[in-house]
Design a protein around this ligand. Sequence first.
Ligand SMILES: C[S@@+](CC[C@H](N)C(=O)[O-])C[C@H]1O[C@@H](n2cnc3c(N)ncnc32)[C@H](O)[C@@H]1O
Length: 237
Amino acid sequence: MEIFSNINNTYLNEITKKHSLDLKINKKPKYPCFEFKDEALQFSFTDKIFLKLDFLKGTINYRLQRAHHEKHLKKAIGKNKEPQLILDGTAGLLSDTLILLSLGHKVIACEQSKYIYLLISDAVRRAENQLGFLENLILVNQNSIDVYLEKENVDIVYLDPLFPHDKKQLKRSKSIYALRDILNLEKIVINDDKLFMKFNELKPKKIILKRPLKSEIIYNTPNYQVKGKSTRFDIYI
Ligand SMILES: C[S@@+](CC[C@H](N)C(=O)[O-])C[C@H]1O[C@@H](n2cnc3c(N)ncnc32)[C@H](O)[C@@H]1O
């Protein structure tokens, strides 16, 4: 994949080398591609349609400012004396991880897609001076099952899978559409419906599975559920 930029710097050289991208300086972009504009990385489908993440603005920042209002998620996590070590097995655009971090927990966020990982790690880079809780984040570009097998002491596995035919879930945000398109470009098959079962077999202490409110229970009956306006958390202990 190519990355187009009008400037060159150490950061761009580092990421292009590390992730085998092809850096093009002062060239006209050929879409789809990455672009580095105004010190930020974006994934551009055309000159007008792109995905760029900014944790310091918009809905996500608003939610972070008032994270104590996230009562459903707090209820799903439960009361604990100590901060929990949470493995977010489906990091995606990192919104859920950020809320979990802002509630004081430690998070290992796993994203299988290299392109999505690049976008979220760039957004983390731009926000880390202002969002102190990012020091409690470990971000990895790996399959979450493999990461889980390597880690000890994970208290909670958090999953928000992208189901192949879940139209309601896709309606949730335009960014999730863009995310799905990026996964398609990378030829990543969306079969996240198997992910829960794989984790369940490994018997973690607790799994929180995020689902659209009215979606059917396709796995084992959860131990309990926490229902919000449009989503619910199925909890397995
Ligand atoms: C619906 S999105 C998650 C959205 C996320 N909760 C958020 O707040 O933005 C699902 C993501 O999980 C990733 N994913 C699915 N299976 C995975 C696995 N086994 N390991 C790592 N990432 C995975 C997909 O690539 C996709 O980006």
